[in-house]
Write a protein that binds this ligand. Structure first.
Ligand code: TPP
Ligand code: MG
Length: 329
């Protein structure tokens, strides 16, 4: 070929870019599908926060476990879920991850350690702590990760989770996606403290990072994960970012200054990564080829999901309620 291999920093940037592009493309398509009425239920998009899911996932191994929240598409995709089954689930189709019964807030895939999205704010925290306890007792060498928002900091279960994890030196990484908003309320109006002080209150190590800089998130996550894997106990990684979209798709964000949204848009983590990759020597054609490749991949998954069969009516309530004959008398 007559060309030297790209320096590893460049190829790593391109890998991070590719992973973020996949999350962005998938969520933009979900937004369009939702607007067209093709998605039952609500969806919450993480557009503008891709550097958090992708940066943290870059530090993980396949069998590390991950608990997510209601804004979990990025976590799931970055952890390596099958894109077809992901879209099939969100469109409510039979061959989706939960046979179409769960939708956006219940996507899970144990084969890649994805313990599930979760519609209950804060509920992923004890799931991750339990998973970390299992890793420790079984000596798997794996760790558990949980993504939660600033809103979850105000939930009682967060305190129980931080306390037990630190007390029992559990291998768990707490990732706070501090996007400044909890539904329609600014974080400052509902938190008396901040994530760093909260971790310190439990004698837990904590890091704070620019959550829109994927390289910084990946570096911080790698450092935290190395210490956790070495048996040094949990760590809280606070990723400072800003929500771009409404709380849910369809939220007109009338409670929010236009300037706040514009600032968040200007700080796009994909644009930043693209600029960094080009400065590091990546050709523009390579970036364009990644965009095209990812768009094709998402097109294919959307087509599969659209043509997928709906669940048979007889299956629609299976595993949802216990059969009455199994109820205790
Ligand atoms: C226990 C519980 N309380 C309230 C809600 C309603 N609710 C859904 S999302 C949300 C805000 C979550 O904010 P945050 O944790 O910061 O995540 P973000 O939406 O910003 O990603 C609330 C209050 C809920 N789902 N569960
Ligand atoms: Mg928030």
């Amino acid at each position: 070929m007559g060309r030297t291999d790209p320096p590893s920093a460049t190829s790593q940037l391109l890998e991070l870019y590719r992973a973020m592009r996949l999350v962005r493309e998938a969520e933009e398509r979900l937004g369009a599908l939702f607007a067209d009425g093709e998605i039952p239920g609500f969806i919450h998009l993480s557009i503008g926060q891709e550097a958090v899911s992708v940066g943290v996932a870059a530090a993980l191994q396949q069998h590390d476990t991950l608990a997510s929240n209601h804004r979990g598409h990025g976590h799931a995709i970055a952890k390596g879920l099958d894109l077809d089954r992901f879209f099939l689930e969100i469109l409510g189709k039979r061959d989706g991850y939960c046979r179409g019964r769960g939708g956006s807030m219940h996507v899970a895939d144990m084969t890649v350690g994805m313990l599930g999205a979760n519609g209950i704010v804060g509920a992923g925290l004890p799931i991750a702590v339990g998973s970390a306890l299992a890793h420790k007792l079984r000596r798997t060498g794996h760790i558990a990760v949980v993504f939660f928002g600033d809103g979850a900091m105000a939930e009682g279960v967060l305190h129980e989770s931080l306390n037990l994890a630190q007390l029992w030196t559990l291998p768990v990484l707490f990732v706070c996606e501090n996007n400044g908003w909890s539904e329609f309320t600014e974080a400052a109006r509902q938190l008396a403290t901040d994530p760093q002080r909260m971790a310190a209150a439990y004698s837990m190590r904590a890091l704070q990072v620019d959550g829109n800089d994927v390289v910084a998130v990946a570096a911080a996550a790698r450092m935290a994960v190395a210490q956790i894997r070495a048996g040094e106990g949990p760590c809280l990684l606070e990723c400072k970012t800003r929500r771009v979209r409404g709380h849910y798709e369809g939220d007109a964000q009338k409670y929010r200054d236009a300037g706040d949204i514009a600032t968040a848009l200007r700080n796009d983590p994909l644009v930043r990564c693209e600029v960094q990759a080009i400065a590091a020597g990546a050709p523009q054609e390579t970036i364009d080829a990644i965009k095209a490749e990812i768009a094709d991949r998402v097109d294919a998954a959307v087509a599969t999901a659209r043509s997928g069969a709906p669940p048979a009516p007889v299956d629609a309530f299976a595993d949802v309620y216990s059969p009455t004959h199994e109820l205790p008398s």
